[in-house]
Design a protein. Sequence first.
Length: 244
Amino acid sequence: MPSRGMGRLVALTAVLLWVGFATSCRSTTGDGPLRADVLAEAEAALGKPMSGDMAALYHLRIPSSQGLRLSIVQLGRAGRLTVSEPFGSMVSLVAWEDGGETRLFDLRQGCRIQDGDLSSVLGVVALPLPQTARLLGGRLPATGEDRVSPTDDGRIEIIGADWSAAVTVVGDPWRIVNVEGPSGAGGGAWRLRLKQHSGSVPGWLRVDSADGRWAEMELIGLEWDTLSELPPLPSLPECGGTAQ
């Protein structure tokens, strides 16, 4: 029979092996800051092109209303985002085109606003719309013009033309759970939390701004490659102006 001393040695060895294994896991999966090589793996996985052109529908809750619907469709580098009342009447439409032009249509007032973005719709400063579409599709919110790099605190930093954000990722599979930043010229701080993932695609999102404003989105349905063209845009005059 093994001696009592040998039994203690075996037990101690097992404990040391477990501690070493647990420490190794913490260094790569999220209890502590992720290493640069692990962040590079995450960036490669989440920086891929989208699975296809996307069409998604969400429950939208904001402080002034709990029953809105938000839909987003993306075709190539262009897309449409609409906010609707529960029974289908559209409140606003944001369109972005390949090349960066963005237009906001206030459908209640029957006019269009130049340079609208997601903050114009939700009242909360957040990402530019092409980057938002990628985030909703389970990818890093970065396009080819944005700079992506790891940070010393274990996150992925994205710097765009006039905005920036720090992204927190976790693995198995790689997915984004938090995005923080100032966004846009003069924009205040904001935080976007993501949960209920299916693979890398988030099923629930909440964005909070430093001044207390917030919006929540819960995924109702998502489909890939269902559109051959984007819906046409309405012909509306500029807000405060006249039709051209």
